[in-house]
Design a protein around this ligand. Structure first.
Ligand code: 5GP
Ligand code: MN
Length: 324
């Protein structure tokens, strides 16, 4: 896709990403916003998303993010990054009403894309890395590099997950040439947690339960617990990764209560389980090793339903390993 051709003649361009934006969502959409500001100076360009977590405030144009969604004309071009339409929240109306819809993503659960023009690359670790491939090198600058680098480190777990490729490292190396404090970005946006975030992490670890001979682990945080520690859903990021890091665990499940008999589910796995399939079955999506969905029922119903699917995959893998 040629970004400039797609935007040629557009008077208004909108950009958005998924609700509860994470590093890749914030980084990729901010990078595209800054790039298009440079390349399409005559167009009105708007960047919409729910207010991102404070740890991303180092992004220089953080203040340009519009979380009020106040705009009443149809956009000539509307980009959605790192998502499918049903996770756009309030921006879904802009996407549906846009004259041209463009989707840039890397979720395997969004294989065909949802736009008139689609660039969906499930083999690439982050939407930020996908986007890098669409930008003209000559127009990169430090602010764009910081945004892209943010997205890449968040979706690869700082170059640790299996979605990190030699190309990811080449892109990161190129971005580092812009000479920004990458170590501070990694520390402050990825690793550092507030005291309360650490406390609820500790509580979730303590109350976790292992099953299937320790190959699966689950933990749940309810609303009361969130009130007690005075935390919001964004403060729970990272808990599922910590559960997944436990020796012997193939699949970690973390739930938090979003409403009456309703839970947000986050799953992480190793090569033994494809959690994108489990999440897709329950109406969600994601990647093979990291996926999520929202489920209704009691916490026990939710865990039972998920574990049936996880167990089935583990058993199938076992048969394969014994046979080979
Ligand atoms: P997390 O567990 O960190 O919320 O999400 C893990 C991955 O699954 C991310 O790539 C995220 O975009 C995706 N994901 C999480 N929840 C949902 C959901 O409800 N629907 C879809 N389509 N994807 C989800
Ligand atoms: Mn992503």
């Amino acid at each position: 896709m040629d970004l400039l051709k797609e935007c040629a003649g557009a008077g208004s361009i909108g950009i958005s990403t998924h609700i509860r934006p994470d590093g890749d969502a914030v980084g990729s959409s901010m990078a595209l916003y800054l790039y298009l500001k440079k390349r399409c100076p005559d167009a009105e360009i708007k960047l919409f998303m729910e207010t991102p977590p404070d740890c991303f405030r180092y992004l220089k144009y953080f203040g340009d993010i519009d979380s009020t969604y106040a705009y009443d004309k149809p956009f000539d071009v509307f980009f959605v990054l790192d998502t499918v339409p049903d996770r756009l929240g309030e921006a879904e109306k802009f996407f549906e009403g846009a004259k041209k819809k463009i989707n840039i993503d890397h979720h395997i659960s969004n294989k065909n894309g949802c736009g008139d023009v689609n660039v969906v690359r499930p083999e690439i670790g982050s939407t930020s890395e996908v986007l890098y491939g669409l930008l003209d090198e000559a127009y990169l600058d430090t602010d764009i590099a910081v945004a892209l680098y943010t997205g890449i480190i968040h979706d690869t777990g700082v170059f640790q997950y299996s979605n990190t490729t030699p190309q990811t490292m080449r892109v990161a190396a190129r971005l580092m040439e812009f000479d920004f404090p990458f170590f501070k970005i990694i520390e402050e946006s990825f690793y550092q947690k507030t005291y309360l975030q650490n406390q609820i992490l500790g509580r979730a670890l303590m109350e976790s339960i292992r099953f299937m001979d320790g190959r699966c682990i689950v933990s749940c945080v309810d609303k009361k617990m969130m009130q007690f520690y005075n935390v919001e859903p964004v403060d729970l990021d990272g808990i599922v990764n910590q559960l997944r890091n436990i020796k012997g665990v193939n699949c970690a499940v973390f739930l938090y209560e979003t409403g009456l008999m309703e839970y947000k589910v986050s799953m992480r796995s190793d090569e033994m389980v494809d959690v994108s399939k489990v999440a897709a079955y329950f109406g969600g999506g994601g990647h093979m090793r990291a996926a999520g969905c929202t489920m209704k029922g009691t916490v026990h119903d939710v865990i039972n339903n998920l574990s049936l699917h996880i167990e089935k995959q583990l058993k199938e893998k076992e048969v394969c390993t014994t046979e080979s």
